[in-house]
Design a protein. Structure first.
Length: 630
């Protein structure tokens, strides 16, 4: 028989039954310990799940879970319980994440980005931080699974693993949206948090992975011109703010269905949010996008093609180099016959020379033959051995002159982790044998890729570097009059990845007021005007040559001048909003603690009953009630 305080009702002097007051819970009790008597009554198991928002910590205090039980199993059961309680929201969050993925190429349904942002705002509205985090992960993981499915050529485990890692950032976003949703002007703080999430994901870990930014889903939307003012972060903020304001409009409309909620203030709030969302949407039309050229250069972009897509695209040595050399020799023949105007420069893609032209004379001679035939400088992409670091390689763009041969070069500054170098190689290669397919690490360059190529001062950006804000911006500020993106997408051909990378070139064109040339080994090669219009493009896995006039510009946009300042400001505001919500919530919990202590003391004196719930239970139930009403 259990021993403990006697809680049997006693007879009062007037013959009524009087309940004996329970002792108040001490202030130093650990979180989750109920203010009930030391020996809780037996608890019946219920077939139904706990109420949404209820915290299991108040049901089974630590150390009282029965013989052989400990605190740890209870903690391990919490995620499963949360998943059972949240399954409807989890399903809606997952569908919303998939909808966001469809806003990106190759689907290009950009309005879905607004729908997805609004949906996540509503799903986290009035929730606890833990519940918001769960919804964030349920949103983020499916989003990145669909967005990054092109990585399946490496392995579906890579898709799942990278998607989960990126989804953890959205987990934090969900928690932030939940805790700030009770603040005044919550749509503004929510929009800032989207920028905060991208700010962190673009930098962590190993230099970050910027794929999946809201701005990259909106390179052909009314929000796109805002890039000329604040770059990709401002576009993301505008899209997110429109989405969160749309959520506020939907929430107000839902509340107004009840006659008791139809107040003047509710109508004003809803109409104000709707008007502001419309204003943000059309604001981009008022942003001037400068396109006036200070000069021009006639260019030719050579896409030599590969024999097969996938991990083994290289084929036999010299095969890719010969493809590009032959396409250039064919161009030279057409120029000689008068069928094609002579260009001022020719651009080859990344890895267009599959052998180091400095180390292998046959590679250098083949390049030299093609360059002399066309008679103008050629920007060649090649992998070359590092001059001093044994076992390292550099990914370079080399200006090859028909008279002087190899000249100035640019080395890729941001090699891709686990693609061009292996962090913790000695440890991870033993566990993940696939990493042994990367025999040498790429060494990063230490300067921007401003190269004088014939009459044009071009800014070379190699492959994934176009996704990072600082590299194209620094290149333009160092004097590039046009941008060239040398890329090799042969590994991910026909998967949607080349389309996702191409829209980044469109955004950079508007952001910096520069024409952008994308030169791809197997496609998609393209020429993008300073206003973001794709004037020419090739099909994938075809040998082709694009020719045309490239506008050259010197003026800097507002985005170039302000740099990363807008992103830092917006991201910090998001962090401060979370901190403010935490402090406000802590103050409210302190007030409830004081009230509970007073009530418990009164109950101990026979003047009332002690609290039956812990403060954490009350907070969770309050959040759950608010969420149900909303």
């Amino acid at each position: 028989m259990a021993s403990g305080p006697d809680t049997t009702p006693a007879s009062a002097p007037d013959g009524s039954r009087e309940r004996k007051a329970a002792p108040a819970a001490p202030r130093s009790a650990p979180e989750g310990v109920s203010a009930a008597p030391a020996e809780p009554p037996p608890r019946e198991e219920s077939a139904t799940a706990p109420a949404e928002g209820h915290d299991a910590r108040s049901d089974v205090p630590p150390g009282t879970g029965g013989p052989g039980r400990s605190e740890r199993p209870g903690r391990l059961r919490r995620p499963a319980a949360l998943a059972r309680r949240e399954w409807r929201r989890t399903a809606l969050a997952a569908l919303s994440g998939v909808a966001l993925a469809l806003a990106f190429p190759p689907y290009d349904l950009w309005p879905l980005s607004l729908v997805a942002v609004a949906a996540l705002s509503l799903l986290t509205r009035g929730r606890t931080g833990r519940q918001g985090a769960w919804s964030g992960l349920a949103f983020g993981w499916p989003f990145f699974l669909v967005l990054l499915k092109w990585l399946h050529v490496v392995g579906w485990d890579a898709v799942i693993g990278l998607a989960f890692l990126q989804g953890l950032f959205v987990l934090g976003l969900g928690a932030g949206l939940a805790v700030t949703s009770r603040l005044p002007a919550w749509p503004l703080w929510g929009a800032c948090l989207w920028v905060t999430e991208e700010f962190l994901r673009d930098r962590l870990p190993f230099g970050g992975f910027p794929w999946g930014r809201l701005a990259f889903a909106n390179t052909g939307s009314p929000f796109t011109p805002l890039a000329a003012l604040g770059g990709a972060p401002l576009v993301t903020f505008a899209v997110a703010l429109t989405g969160t304001l749309s959520a506020a409009v939907a929430l107000t409309a839902w509340r107004l269905r009840r006659p008791t909620a139809r107040t003047t203030r509710a109508y004003v709030t809803g109409l104000g949010a709707l008007a502001l969302a419309a204003a943000v949407t059309v604001a981009g039309f008022a942003v001037p996008v400068p396109t006036k050229a200070a000069g021009t250069a006639r260019i030719a972009v050579v896409q030599g093609n590969v024999q097969q897509p996938g991990m083994d695209f290289l084929g036999r040595p010299m095969q890719i180099l010969n493809n590009h050399a032959e396409a250039t020799l064919d161009l030279a023949e057409r120029i000689e016959q008068g069928k094609e105007p002579k260009p001022d420069l020719v651009i080859w893609p990344e890895n267009s020379s599959d052998l180091d032209p400095y180390k292998y004379p046959e590679a250098g001679d083949r390049i030299d033959e093609a360059v002399k035939a066309v008679g103008v400088p050629v920007l060649v992409g090649a992998l070359v051995d590092h001059p001093t670091k044994q076992g390292y390689v550099e990914n370079q763009g080399i200006v090859w002159d028909p008279k002087k041969g190899a000249g100035a070069s640019y080395t890729k500054q941001h090699p891709v982790p686990f693609g061009e170098y292996v962090p913790f190689r000695d440890q991870l290669s033993k566990v993940i044998t696939r990493l042994q397919q990367i025999p040498r690490d790429f060494s990063p360059g230490d300067h921007t890729g401003v190269l004088q190529t014939g009459p044009a001062r071009l800014g070379d950006v190699i492959c994934f570097e176009v996704a990072y804000d600082e590299i194209p911006r620094d290149t333009v500020k160092d004097g590039a009059r046009a941008l060239v993106v040398q890329t090799n997408n042969a590994t991910y051909g026909n998967t949607g990845q080349p389309e996702q990378q191409l829209v980044m070139s469109k955004l950079r064109a508007i952001e910096h007021g520069r024409a952008v040339v994308t030169a791809a080994t197997s496609g998609i090669s393209a020429v993008v005007a300073p206003d973001g219009t794709v004037t020419q493009r090739t099909r994938e896995f075809t040998q082709d040559v694009l020719t045309g006039t490239l506008p050259l510009r010197d003026d800097l946009t507002v985005a170039d001048r302000v740099g990363a300042a807008p992103e830092w400001v917006i991201a910090i505001v998001g962090v401060l909003a979370c901190a403010g919500a935490w402090l406000l919530g802590r103050g409210k919990r302190g007030a409830r603690d004081a009230a509970a202590t007073t009530t418990a003391a009164a109950g101990a004196d026979g003047q009332g009953e002690g609290p039956e719930d812990t403060d954490h239970d009350q907070h969770d139930r309050q959040a759950q009630t608010e969420g149900q009403h909303q």
